[in-house]
Design a protein around this ligand. Structure first.
Ligand code: BES
Ligand code: ZN
Ligand code: ZN
Length: 479
């Protein structure tokens, strides 16, 4: 979708008005019948209100006052999805969005919802022309969003939609190598540096976890390093984002156990693309913050040389791990990346991963899990960003007792910890490989939408991108 900043609205322009009790209707060029109709609909709470002037469509999205500002903003995003549906039904190719409400920046949130709701993945559809949404351009008058905001938002939403594309691509196309190439292309466009380690290099570095998971695969693993280091960065030591890049998770020899549980496992690199696409948005919008992205990537398959339950793997940092379930592969590859991060002396490391089904059992599809041993200030800050972009985080503890479940008889650790508290024991496993302030986000509950709802369309969700961007942007604003 194209976002376009305009000085002011043209008279024949189709438009969405964001309205509330403070809207000055008399300034909006409605005739008396239309005003009476609007009043009636507002009283009946029948939204959105549609005024069809024949030469243009006008949609009024009306918001009742909300005590919670985050819910108010989320209501804007959700309402945008309804408006977009109407615009496409009327086959309009452009619409303006103007904020006539008392909610500051409402056009920003509404546009987010509109762009994300209008998203489609049509690359493999022969009937793409027929089923493509008509809406292509959103115009934003300068009194609703500044030209700078429009550019920033365009880049951010491009990044979120790119993340969805990368998740929705089929595994036959989205190999570890291909994913690394995508990151390279994004780096080239946005201006961050990308280095990709191939299998030989990964072997020479002895990244045992990544190599073990890759043993059952026909395709080589990759390890991608993305670096955005602007001269005006607020931080000397980097913030490092680490993403799980399992391009497909069959479970390996401990094959996925239940009906349909493998169907959507192409989303197992959603953490990796959240990192890559957040790097893209950060660099292209030139946020003054030094960030590094690390992505270990492979598929997890039961090929003839696959790692097996009972194997002991020596990890990148020398830790030995007894493998008791080859489906707990995410922690194997992330552990190596977290150990690798130490050499940068980072001020903060955040990993994001579709790590456990247990996370979904804990919170359903409404949130991601957060586990943190970083400062309370940073932990609070990421939770706040989560509320602001409505990619919410629920914090779980990292109590030391949980580590007991990860102890092995014959090695330093084992890779599974029993049936209880699976998301936490997975995090305790990862924590072993850290030596810096660290936060872990288990995004398994939200990476994939089984069905679509409002702007959260079906399939790859693209979550994590807006979360990281908001976190970094806020950090920059605070200096
Ligand atoms: N990729 C899965 C977790 C997952 C589940 C992601 C549902 C998205 C939606 C992960 O690799 C996995 O298989 N985890 C196991 C761990 C277990 C064997 C300890 C799980 O959660 O069952
Ligand atoms: Zn798995
Ligand atoms: Zn997995």
């Amino acid at each position: 979708m194209q976002l376009q900043s305009v000085a002011k609205l043209q008279p024949n322009q189709s438009v969405v008005y964001i309205a509330d009790a403070h809207t000055q209707w008399e300034l909006l060029d409605f005739n008396p019948e239309q005003l009476a109709f609007i009043k009636h609909q507002v009283a009946a709470e029948a939204f959105p209100i549609v005024i069809n002037d024949y030469h243009r469509l006008r949609i009024i999205s009306y918001f009742n006052k909300q005590a919670d500002v985050h819910i108010a903003h989320e209501n804007c995003r959700i309402a945008a999805a309804d408006a977009v549906q109407l615009i496409n039904k009327y086959k309009l190719d452009q619409v303006a969005i103007t904020n006539e409400s008392s909610i500051p920046n409402a056009a920003w949130y509404f546009t987010e919802g509109a762009v994300l709701a209008n998203y489609q993945f049509l690359k493999y559809r022969n009937d793409a022309n027929k089923i493509a949404n008509s809406l292509k351009t959103i115009l934003l008058p300068q009194d609703s969003a500044t030209p700078q905001e429009v550019t920033e938002l365009q880049h951010l939403l491009d990044a979120a939609c790119m993340a969805r594309d990368l998740i929705n691509e089929p595994p036959v196309y989205q190999t570890a190598q291909h994913l690394a190439n995508e990151f390279k292309a994004m780096g080239k466009k946005a201006g961050f540096k990308t280095t990709v380690f191939d299998k030989k290099k990964i072997e020479s570095l002895k990244m045992g976890g990544l190599l073990a998971v890759n043993r059952g695969s026909q395709d080589p693993p990759t390890f991608t390093i993305m670096e955005w280091k602007p001269k005006n960065a607020i931080n000397k030591n980097p913030i490092i984002l680490v993403g799980k890049g399992v391009v497909f998770d069959t479970g390996g020899l401990s094959l996925k156990p239940t009906l349909n549980s493998m169907d959507f496992m192409k989303c197992d690199m959603a953490g990796a693309v959240a990192v890559g696409c957040a790097m893209y948005a950060t660099a292209i919008n030139k946020l003054p913050v030094y960030v590094i992205g690390l992505v270990p990537a492979t598929d997890n398959r039961p090929g003839e040389n696959a790692y097996v339950p009972g194997d002991v793997v020596t990890m990148y940092d020398g830790t030995t791990v007894e493998v008791l379930n080859t489906d707990a592969e995410g922690r194997m590859i992330l552990a190596d990346a977290l150990s690798y991060a130490k050499q940068y002396n980072p001020e903060l490391v955040i990993d994001i991963a579709t790590l456990t089904g247990a996370a979904s059992f804990a919170v359903g599809t409404q949130g991601m899990l957060l586990m943190s041993n970083a400062s309370r200030k940073d932990t609070k800050a990421i939770k706040k960003s989560g509320l602001e972009v409505y990619e919410r985080l629920v914090e779980m503890p990292l109590w030391h007792e949980y580590l007991e479940q990860m102890k092995s008889d014959i090695a330093d650790l084992k890779n599974v910890g029993g049936s209880e508290a699976g998301a936490i024991t997975a995090a305790k496993f990862l924590e072993h490989f850290t030596a810096y302030p660290w936060m872990h986000i288990d995004m398994a509950p939200v990476a994939w939408n089984m069905s679509g709802k409002n702007y959260r369309v079906k399939n790859g969700s693209g979550k994590g991108v807006r979360l990281f961007y908001q976190f970094l942007k806020t950090r920059c604003a605070q200096g």
